[in-house]
Design a protein around this ligand. Structure first.
Ligand code: GTP
Length: 444
């Protein structure tokens, strides 16, 4: 830990100047921001080497890098100005809630779960519901001859597209190309004008690269946004699968909703399994589907922030209390090597310290960061909290809420990790915060 502190401290001494330059470089146009000069992070499991700097939104081909400290203030100033054609502020806000080219952002839901756990059955049922019309489904099948797509019947307004190959290995390229192709075909009128996308992963897929691709890739980030992760779990085989296959634990740990299937079968032990699930993922509601039958609105309303910063229910999304207290009020939990915990801080976090903290986490323990969600009190933006969301080495662009959702202005950071000790994370944040404070005010 001492070595970690030293590395963090020396990084902190270098960083404030770098971040201060970033805004100026961007204004000159074309000059690469300071983040672009840093050494690249190790290649992550999706196969692409990406710098770990999290707070610039991860859009490597995006317009000028933004200084985290300037962003809310700049937005406030912009909101206060009359619009280009004198539109009222509400109209401009509505326009901002739309993606590239003024088009609505399309939510993408990820449906995962171990082999045979009932994903396709669930999907087939959903697609027969009127409330689930206008859905494009991307089914990833491993191997050349897959059958899942044959099993899913759709209405005229929905359709299934097939992607072969392993999502874990080829996600950055293949999934993003598939989604981008879907958007083009939608724009050209070649497919029905879908309003949501469901990506069904293969039962063996590690969901993290799928989530990363949806959160950051420039090709889809402007028009599509991750809207939630649903994981099916078989009530008969789920516990055994958890013992034998670590990827199953990961699928369950990152879920926003868990769906128990096959509870009608002899040998189903839903109550014992529920206890396991509550330990692995205390925040996700556990629903039940009988041969896929479940109300669609219960599944895909996870309330993730969208790119325009809209946040239907940030408290529910964060579920900080559930992560902090757990099913038996014990705090951290361990199951299948997965640890979840919530850090809570009264003192606002300096923007630079946060950027360094997330970067250090991603660089040093990125592979074990299954999911990080946070509602943060940033020292430079006390009235507008930042919402962050990360998976492994990649972080979603921070969403700045217009106001605090409640009286509680503490920063809350929820971690779902593979064995990262809570104390290590706490010390890292403390060390960086102290160092940044020292660098900003070096008086003894
Ligand atoms: N009895 C019962 N069988 C179910 C239920 N849900 C799914 N099944 C059956 O379980 C088997 C596997 O379901 P699928 O929907 O194909 O599972 P999957 O997760 O898509 O499977 P992979 O594509 O192999 O990963 C099928 O025979 C389904 O009919 C349920 O609630 N009860």
């Amino acid at each position: 830990m001492r070595r970690e502190r030293r590395a963090a401290a020396s990084a902190a001494r270098r960083e404030p100047a770098r971040l201060a330059h970033r805004g100026r470089g961007a204004r000159r146009g074309g000059r690469r921001g300071a983040g672009a000069r840093r050494r690249p992070a190790a290649a992550h499991p999706a196969g692409a080497a990406r710098p770990a700097l999290p707070l610039d939104g991860g859009e490597r081909h995006a317009p000028p890098r933004r200084d985290l400290r300037l962003l809310p203030a700049a937005r406030r100033a912009r909101d206060a100005r009359p619009g280009p054609r004198g539109q009222p502020a509400a109209h401009r806000r509505a326009a901002a809630a739309r993606g590239r080219g003024g088009r609505a952002v399309i939510p993408v839901c990820v449906l995962t779960g171990f082999l045979g756990s009932g994903k396709t059955t669930l999907l087939a049922h959903l697609l027969r519901q009127p409330g689930f019309a206008r859905t494009a489904v991307v089914i990833n099948e491993f191997g050349e001859v897959g059958l899942d797509h044959e099993l899913v019947e759709t209405s005229d307004e929905s359709f299934v597209t097939l992607q072969t190959g392993c999502l874990c290995c080829a996600v950055r390229g293949d999934l993003v190309r598939t989604l981008d192709g879907l958007l083009r075909r939608r724009d050209a009128g070649a497919v029905p004008p879908f309003e949501r996308v469901v990506v069904e992963t293969t039962g063996l897929a590690d969901p993290a690269p799928v989530l990363q691709a949806l959160m950051t890739d420039a090709a889809v980030a402007g028009r599509m946004a991750l809207a939630g992760v649903v994981t099916t779990v078989d009530a008969v085989n789920g516990a055994g699968t958890l013992e034998r296959h670590p990827e199953s634990a990961k699928q369950l740990a990152v879920a926003d909703r868990l769906v128990l299937t096959k509870t009608d079968l002899p040998g189903a032990a839903p109550e014992a399994l529920r206890a396991r699930l509550a330990a692995l993922n205390p925040a996700a509601p556990v629903l039940q589907a009988d041969h896929g039958r479940i109300a669609p609105e219960r599944l895909f309303d996870a309330g993730l922030p969208d790119p325009a910063g809209r946040m239907p229910d940030v408290a529910r999304w964060l579920a900080a209390e559930a992560h902090a207290a757990g099913p038996r009020g014990r705090g951290d939990r361990h199951d299948a090597g997965i640890t979840t915990f919530c850090l809570t801080r009264e003192k606002p976090i300096r923007a630079v310290a946060l950027a360094l903290f997330l970067e250090a986490l991603a660089e040093h323990r990125g592979a074990d960061l299954l999911r990080v969600k946070g509602l943060l009190n940033i020292a430079e933006s006390p009235e507008r909290p930042a919402v962050i969301h990360g998976v492994q080495h990649v972080f979603h662009p921070p969403a700045w809420l217009a106001r605090w959702p409640s009286e509680d202005r503490r920063s809350r950071l929820v971690f779902i990790t593979r064995g990262i000790p809570r104390r290590w994370v706490e010390l890292l944040l403390e060390a960086l915060d102290e160092e940044v404070a020292l660098a900003e005010d070096p008086r003894p």
